[in-house]
Design a protein around this ligand. Structure first.
Ligand SMILES: [Zn+2]
Length: 246
């Protein structure tokens, strides 16, 4: 996708800062906004550039092969896994509600998109939903069973609380069972795929360089289309500088 870069008055015009931001057009770019501080944006991008892995992160979503597959060659990409990485640099001070200045935990944020095959995505999703869906399924099944008079009446005759005790017991057992099955699945899946994104060499290098996962336990989000704008989303084909200087 060709980017509409036409504002030659912009301080970032035809620089690799502009390519790093990877905005689709000058109109949509925040450097054009009324409160923009191009100088500060450039400073922040300088810091970010130093924090990026040498090989860049574009290959994580440009490569056709799944980055989670351990097989060689890996399965073909079917979509992308997204996660947000954070870094404490560039250091910023933030003011808390009590006007105490503290160092912000996050200076930089980088969305990372990773080529993922259908098999790996399904395995991630099964691991995530099994511990929720299994107890839910058991609860529904028990509610149906315990609404049948032929089952519930003899139980009530033993004790008023009997049917509830059986319901609660079944749900608790299914929660524990779900955890055990999940653990075994993880073991099985780990033979064919990388369950921890940091096993991917580029992400491993980033962690060594101070990057950490942001968001709910670093949960992966799966999409079919990749993000096309913002820092970290640019592919070599999106580069304005290279296209206009060669
Ligand atoms: Zn895969």
């Amino acid at each position: 996708m060709a980017r509409q870069i036409d504002d030659q008055t912009c301080r970032l015009y035809a620089t690799d800062y502009c390519d790093m931001l990877n905005m689709p057009s000058c109109n949509e770019c925040f450097v054009n906004g009324p409160n923009a501080e191009p100088g500060r944006v450039m400073e922040d991008l300088d810091v970010l550039r130093d924090l990026m892995p040498q090989e860049g992160i574009a290959h994580l979503f440009m490569d056709n092969g799944c980055k989670f597959c351990k097989a060689d060659p890996p399965n073909v990409r079917d979509g992308y896994a997204l996660l947000d990485m954070g870094h404490k640099e560039p250091a910023r001070m933030k003011r808390s509600a009590l006007f105490i200045k503290t160092k912000a935990r996050i200076g930089s944020m980088l969305p990372v998109q990773i080529s993922t095959c259908a098999d790996c995505r399904k395995r991630f999703q099964r691991l995530e939903y099994l511990p929720i869906l299994m107890p839910l399924g058991v609860a529904v099944l028990m509610m149906i069973l315990l609404s049948i008079p032929a089952i519930v009446d003899p139980l009530t005759r033993i004790h008023m609380i009997m049917s509830f005790a059986i319901f609660a017991g079944a749900v608790i057992v299914s929660v524990l069972l779900g955890k055990i099955i999940q653990k075994n699945m993880r073991k099985k899946y780990a033979r064919v795929m990388r369950l921890d994104p940091f096993e991917i060499p580029t992400l491993h290098n980033m962690r060594q360089n101070g990057w950490f996962l942001l968001g709910a336990n670093g949960k992966l989000i799966f999409t079919k289309k990749r993000m096309r704008m913002g820092v970290g989303t640019g592919a070599p084909e999106d580069a304005f500088v290279a296209q206009h200087t060669s």
